[in-house]
Design a protein. Sequence first.
Length: 321
Amino acid sequence: MAPSFRLGLIGAGRMGRTHLRALAGSQRVTVTAIAEVSEQIRRTVPAAGAPVYPGIAEMLDTETLDGVLIVVPTDRHLQVIMEVTAYGLPILCEKPCGLTVAETRAAVATTQAAALPFQVAYWRRFVPPLRALRERIAAGELGTVHLVTCYQWDDRPPWTEFRAHSGGIFVDMGVHEFDQMRWLTGQDIDSLAAVASGVVPGGLVRHDAGRGPRRSADVDSAQVLVELSGGGSGIVSLGRFHPAGDMARAEAFGTNGTVRCDFLDPAEGERAQLAALREQAESFADFASGGTCTGATGADAIAALDAAARATAAVPAMSAP
């Protein structure tokens, strides 16, 4: 057994705590320090056996770490990546790794210039049934794959503060499905068309550099029809009202068979996600220790965010300046 990988967690909000729950069962990765700028959140961080610092610099100046996991609001990803890179630490960053393709490109360029291991946290790549489906598609067991569908429906919309920093439904949710579709099929996303419903009253507040606060619309459900580079088609279905609980599934329709994976089932809660997050962190530890990257790369994150940006632009209510 390799020695425990000392991981610093940056951000202890909802998703940061999900990672803490996942890593509580890991023999490979241990969260040895936490940085959280919000005093209110710091007061309620569950006991993890790790000191909690009020800032990133305080943590990085004090602790000896093997890598960091960035779980801050999406619009702070690039800023934090640049700060951590200055300390020369490998980075696992929560998806989508920035609000825009330009931000993600800048993040990738920053870590590449420093020759640092950099991985983006698309945890679906570590779900066993999805891995099995990918292998079957790659081996040709399903024949010619005509259609891949990826569904993600949450039990309810996120709170307003989170939503204001999320980039909207395609950036917040859709990037998971776009990355998953590319990874499952080994194909790129060419053209796409989108329809949406449930425009959010008042929209989202965006704080753009040099332009001050602006409002842009968001929606509560969206469907995207995708043309894949290898000739197949894809459907991405997103929604924020699934009262039975968070749900995600994927289907592949081929000339030799059809496979459906209900990998996030409301009846099972977060069990599949926690297991995948743990395996993802352990794969990052191996990557940061000199191994190969088996998760999503910066290039993967750029491709997923590019598809999300094009889907956003395809919905008139969301693409208004």
